[in-house]
Design a protein around this ligand. Structure first.
Ligand SMILES: [Zn+2]
Length: 425
């Protein structure tokens, strides 16, 4: 047994040695394996974590700081105004319908407007403004009828009225060389085109306005109506110094009892027309635009704008050869002054009573009254002159001057001449 045991003991010792070795190896392997696994785990985690946190560079956003815009709420008394122009086919009814006014209100306002306003003045392109309250409810509208008059329609009180602008009357002066045309010269200096007409009207018998020269120049004093720093109307021209073709011509406005007329420095009337007129609106021309017929047409006369009813006189002694109405010329009269010279007067509102063909007339006899009959765009006289059967420019003939400043007014007139000259010279 001992042996066996010894053997066993011997064997047991050996076995325990093996076991020891095996367990040592096993320990080493296990620990090594664990370390390897831990390393792998660590490595893997480290690897992925690195991958996941790779930094992506993003530029820092630039923040724009907006300036604060404060839109205040409209106060209760805020008024908004919008500008419009009358369109083709417009009526007051249509305009008010577009503003969403009630049918009742529109009907009432339409009647109000018709009471104060001439619908002939309601034309395409007319400017008007609509005033709204703070919440855009239309309150009123204002039409600019002409530079001096407004039509105001109040939607709240349901009234329409014409308002005349409050203007300032002032004497204005222009001193300027002629720039391309007379009209251009006055408008560049802020005056309406009408001033050019009035200058031409005063000096038409002295200066050839169809052939102005580069060296010509103008000095003028005129009475203007001013609204909102703009000249809206010219009342009259007071004094003109006009240099044409190296020579100075003078005109002074004065009323010797026949209305506003123009005289030279010594009181001689500058007009050779058969009436006292407001302005010459057209000269004799081979070609001009006809405002009524709306096409280019020769104009073989000279047009004088004047108030309806202004008396028109025979320009020379003569015999009446025509008294009649026709479609183009309206009421018109023709007078033969000599074998070679005949004059004709067009568009009369009425012809002088009892005037008949064959009657003799003296220079200055009233033959008719300014009107707008026939093809005419407003009250004016069209004067035509025939010489040897051809229509000629009335300015080519030396018709008699209108009345000069009478003796009793000479002193007052001369005083004015001196006053204006001191401003213009
Ligand atoms: Zn004419």
């Amino acid at each position: 047994m001992q042996t066996g045991l010894g053997f066993v003991t011997k064997n047991s010792k050996f076995a325990s040695l093996i076991l020891k070795a095996v367990s040592k190896t096993f320990w080493f392997i296990t620990v090594g394996l664990l370390i390897t696994l831990a390393g792998l785990w660590l490595f893997q985690n480290y690897f992925y974590s690195v991958k996941e946190t790779t930094p992506i560079t993003i530029d820092a956003p630039h923040i724009y700081e907006l300036e604060s815009v404060i839109v205040p709420a409209a106060s209760a008394d805020q008024v908004w105004t919008k500008s419009f122009k009358v369109k083709y086919g417009d009526s007051f009814h249509k305009i008010m319908s577009r503003l969403n006014l009630s049918v009742d209100k529109i009907r009432k306002l339409n009647n109000e407007i018709l009471n104060v306003y001439d619908l002939d003045d309601f034309v395409y392109g007319l400017d008007y403004k609509v005033n709204y309250n703070h919440d855009f409810t239309p309150q009123s509208m204002v039409f600019e009828i002409d530079p001096l008059h407004h039509l105001q329609v109040n939607f709240i009180t349901e009234h329409a009225l014409i308002i005349e602008k409050e203007t300032i009357r002032e004497d204005l002066m222009i001193i300027s060389p002629i720039m391309s045309s007379l009209v251009n010269t006055v408008t560049i200096h802020g005056a309406p085109e009408k001033l050019a007409d009035l200058i031409l009207s005063a000096l038409a018998w002295k200066v050839d306005f169809r052939n102005l020269l580069k060296a010509d120049s103008l000095k003028v004093i005129y009475e203007a109506l001013i609204y909102d720093s703009q000249v809206v109307e010219i009342e009259k021209v007071k004094s003109i110094h006009f240099k044409h073709n190296e020579r100075w011509f003078y005109a002074y406005g004065y009323d010797i009892g026949n209305g506003w007329e123009y005289f030279n420095e010594s009181g001689k009337n500058l007009s050779h027309a058969p009436l006292v007129f407001d302005r010459i609106t057209s000269l004799y021309a081979q070609k001009r635009f006809h405002p009524v017929r709306r096409r280019w047409k020769a104009h073989y006369g000279m047009d004088f704008e004047a108030e309806e009813g202004t008396p028109v006189e025979s320009i020379l002694d003569g015999v009446i050869t025509r008294v009649r109405y026709d479609r183009a010329n309206g009421n018109n009269v023709k007078i033969r002054h000599s074998k070679t010279l005949t004059t004709q007067y067009l568009h009369f509102s009425k012809i002088a009573i009892s005037l008949a063909v064959g009657d003799s007339v003296k220079r200055g006899d009233v033959i008719g009254y300014v009107g707008s009959t026939g093809w005419s765009s407003g009250p004016h006289l069209c004067l035509r002159v025939w010489h040897n059967g051809y229509q000629k420019d009335p300015l080519q003939f030396d018709f008699p001057r209108r009345d000069d400043v009478p003796e009793e007014l000479k002193e007052a007139f001369q005083k004015q001449v001196i006053d204006y000259d001191s401003l213009l010279k």
